[in-house]
Design a protein around this ligand. Structure first.
Ligand code: TRP
Length: 372
């Protein structure tokens, strides 16, 4: 028997990927893909994306295609990973319907993401937005998933998935495995211009760094990111644990800092810069940590920080980091333009493989329920 661990994740097609998406999810997915024992199912969540604000068919198509190209350019290998398009497995919507009948309205009303998104798209609070977590549960349960890599913001949806699995099992008989959350320590990347908020495309183009931004653009954006005068800080505490691989930064304001009405934003900005520095320029980041860490804690003297230099290094290392992906993307885009369909053919093939599993699951589900 194949003892592989099935890992499932979906990403909505919604335009450009930024470094927050990359550090928060994609980097981790690539690492998971490359572990021998894992079998990764990764799909473009096109059905889910319909619950967002509408776009034309041309844009939708372009977004779906672009996400596939971007993921492959970054290192998702469609021969190792079952990379496919969600709607190529229509069985998930059928399973979602069945799971709908097990889901209390109240559970969905409590969902933080629903409440959030409802405030962002006031004119378009559609039933799909409300039902989003149930479709996600179907995505996960239909492939007999062992684990789902999740950030904090998706934990609630995974909890619902587990609840629905248990509920189905107790009502109709043993069917679904309860998937585990795979919580990996990923940094929270904040907006460059308004670092109190998470990095997102909705806060203007200077607030985020696109993974495929041209180097000069990235350098400009990093340069104009929020940083602060050193005199506003008393000390910076960097803690890290070898065991859990967790790291954290705490910035203590000076007396002068405490009197600055913008201090929270400034602290968040510097914290964000240092977090990105640690991620993209770990060697240079370590040089800020002198003397050597004591018991997992190091004090950084804010007076030693040179933001101009840090930003310059950071811009360069981000550009170097994504240089191979930018090249790969150009190459794939060129092939597409020449009508070479290898990549899309592979995605369609993957969809067929995923669908075969889904059909089998759905058949068992229907039998358990008594559908003829
Ligand atoms: N809701 C996820 C997100 O916004 C996307 C998603 C859809 C997903 N279906 C999924 C993630 C199944 C994991 C598993 O990030």
């Amino acid at each position: 028997m194949n003892a592989s661990k099935i890992i499932v994740s979906g990403i909505q097609p919604s335009g450009e990927l930024h470094i927050g998406n990359y550090l928060g999810a994609i980097k981790n997915l690539i690492a998971l893909q490359n572990e021998e024992q894992n079998s990764l199912f990764l799909f473009v969540a096109d059905y889910h994306s319909l619950s967002g604000d509408p776009v034309t068919a041309d844009i939708k198509r372009a977004q779906i295609e672009q996400l596939i190209i971007d993921l492959v350019s970054l290192g998702i290998d469609p021969e190792k990973t079952t990379l496919f398009i969600q709607s190529h497995v229509p069985e998930v919507t059928e399973l979602a319907w069945i799971l709908n009948t097990l889901t209390p309205m109240g559970e969905l009303e409590r969902m933080t993401q629903f409440k959030d998104k409802s405030t962002h798209q006031k004119e378009n609070i559609n039933v799909g937005l409300f039902d989003y977590p149930v479709l996600q549960a179907a995505d996960i349960l239909i492939y007999d998933t062992s684990s789902v890599p999740v950030g904090e913001d998706q934990l609630q949806h995974l909890e619902l998935t587990r609840t629905l699995a248990r509920k189905f099992n107790s009502r109709y008989g043993d069917m679904f495995k309860e998937p585990q959350a795979l919580l990996s320590p990923t940094p929270r990347v904040m907006s460059l211009t308004d670092p109190i908020h998470k990095m997102s495309k909705s806060h203007g183009s200077n607030s985020y760094i696109g993974v495929f931004d041209e180097p000069s653009i990235t350098e400009e954006k990093v340069k104009s990111a929020v940083s602060a005068d050193n005199s506003l800080f008393e000390k910076i505490i960097y803690s890290h644990s070898e065991v859990s691989a967790e790291e954290s930064l705490e910035i203590i304001p000076s007396e002068k800092g405490r009197q600055n009405p913008e201090i929270e934003t400034l602290i968040a900005g510097v914290k964000n810069l240092l977090t990105l520095y640690r991620e993209f320029a770990p060697e240079q980041f370590k040089k800020l940590l002198a003397p050597e860490p004591v018991e997992g804690q190091t004090i950084i003297d804010p007076q030693s920080l040179r933001y101009g230099e840090i930003k310059k290094n950071l811009g360069e290392t981000i550009n170097n980091h994504f240089a191979p992906a930018r090249e790969a993307r150009k190459e794939i885009t060129l092939q597409q333009a020449q009508g070479k369909q290898q990549l899309l053919d592979q995605i369609i093939k993957n969809g067929i493989a995923a669908r075969a599993i889904a059909q089998k699951t759905l058949q068992e589900v229907k039998t358990k329920i008594g559908l003829l």
